[in-house]
Design a protein around this ligand. Structure first.
Ligand SMILES: [Zn+2]
Length: 112
């Protein structure tokens, strides 16, 4: 499968008008945000990694799925607009009772 997956039309009504995207376009035209700015109603980051099953002894790259969601202005359907496959980095964490995956910033995962 090739990424990013892009869904340009509402799966419910077929409209290409989305709420956040339309406001972002206006703000870019107004010059208040940079042309390459990326916003979404909801952005998700899903590491494909099971910290309960794998001990991390050295930094390890893992698949990291990024989802961008928006809402249709015609019918209100909330849907995925883009899905990206990136790589995340899990680093050893030595301060706990066991060695588990975790990022250097204290968060469980960080982008590489
Ligand atoms: Zn729609």
């Amino acid at each position: 499968m090739e990424y990013p997956l892009k869904f340009t039309k509402c799966p419910n009504c077929g409209s290409e008008s989305r709420a956040i995207e339309s406001v972002v376009k206006e703000e870019i035209e107004n010059g208040t945000i940079k042309p390459d700015s990326k916003f979404a109603l909801l952005m998700t980051q899903t590491p494909i990694f099971d910290a309960t099953q794998v001990k991390v002894l050295a930094p390890r790259k893992i698949p990291l799925m990024l989802g961008y969601f928006d809402v249709c202005t015609a019918c209100g359907t909330f849907y995925c607009v883009e899905m990206h496959k990136n790589t995340g980095l899990v680093e050893p964490k030595l301060d706990g009772p066991g060695i588990r995956g975790g990022g250097p910033d204290g968060l469980p995962f960080s982008k590489s």
